[in-house]
Design a protein around this ligand. Structure first.
Ligand SMILES: [Zn+2]
Length: 305
């Protein structure tokens, strides 16, 4: 599918309702692609059946429709992509980069994988997961909002899991394979996923896949400072008027829109005014006197100071 068109994507997991944090990621990825005349795709990351909430994917897609966010092309479900993930695992194996690991979570110390099974399984043990070998060298990437990110994987996570003990492909591998297959050139998502990016960049390199550019948006936190998560059931977007929720998402991203206008006018304004340099690096929330949550984000200049 890659043809040079700027291509962004929104990739929710169907583990709950679309909440304000995921709306921010959807809006950011949509505007970054469309303001360049590019394509915006939606991919349902349904690779973890035990965590899936029935009907969640359909409700997320219905929410996007209410916001007039129409994907270009069919919605892809990762559960239909197992053959491609198996092929990527085979490619890693053929390059000598894959090894079976017998360690259970409780056997592993905190910090990077100690390399227990790197040179063969311990006697009498069976492989549970598959890990990819990581080199002792820094991975450097530039993020359009967060700046330069440098990580030596051998110091932070070590050889990491690409196929889990339950047989499911790991998130890091699936994302990399599908971003390349869908021709994604710009990954725009929450900064909670920034720490995954060096691992993904490494997998792109060893799988000979193109590397998209990255933009990690400020994380939306609740009044206690926790990341707003679907599992907390926080603020489902479905209960909010799209015009108001879109205005709040734009304001959070440093693009406060004019107070009046229709949903279409608000989108037109946002497409005309979108400028990634206005996006703050970190987010915050507070609750106003009416007990209604108001989202705000720090100006980038504060963080830079
Ligand atoms: Zn091991």
């Amino acid at each position: 599918m890659p043809d040079g068109t700027p291509t962004g994507r929104f990739a929710p997991s169907p583990t709950g309702e679309l909440h304000f944090g995921s709306l921010v990621a959807a809006v950011g990825s949509f505007l970054q692609a469309r303001h360049q005349g590019g394509r915006w795709l939606v991919r349902i990351e349904d690779l973890d059946p035990p965590r899936e909430v029935p009907g969640s994917a359909e409700r997320i897609l219905a929410d996007l429709r209410r916001f007039d966010m129409t994907p270009d092309g069919e919605v892809v479900r990762q559960s239909s992509r197992q053959a491609a993930f198996d092929e990527a695992l085979a490619r890693l194996a053929s390059r000598g980069l894959l090894f079976p690991c017998a360690c259970t979570r409780s056997e592993l110390p905190p910090g990077p994988y100690p390399g227990t099974c790197r040179n063969g399984l311990p006697a009498g043990r069976e492989g549970r997961s598959l890990r990819v070998r990581t080199p002792d060298q820094p991975i450097v990437l530039h993020d359009a909002v967060q700046g330069e990110v440098t990580e030596n994987l051998s110091e932070t996570c070590g050889d990491f899991v690409v196929r889990r003990a339950d047989g499911l492909v790991a998130y890091q591998l699936a994302v990399v394979v599908d971003d390349a297959w869908q021709g994604v050139t710009e990954v725009v998502r929450g900064a909670d996923l920034l720490s995954s990016t060096p691992r993904q960049r490494y997998l792109q390199r060893v799988l000979d896949l193109p590397s998209p550019s990255y933009m990690h948006l400020p994380v939306v936190r609740d009044a206690e400072g926790h990341k707003l998560g679907k599992r907390h059931g926080a603020d489902p977007v479905a209960q909010q008027a799209p015009l108001k929720a879109l205005g709040a998402a734009l304001s959070f991203l440093g693009h406060a829109p004019p107070a009046h206008g229709s949903l279409q006018e608000r989108w037109n304004w946002a497409l005309a005014h979108w400028n990634p340099e206005r996006i703050p690096r970190s987010g915050a929330t507070h609750t106003d006197r009416d007990g209604q949550t108001v989202y705000s984000s720090h100006e980038r200049s504060e963080k830079d100071a």
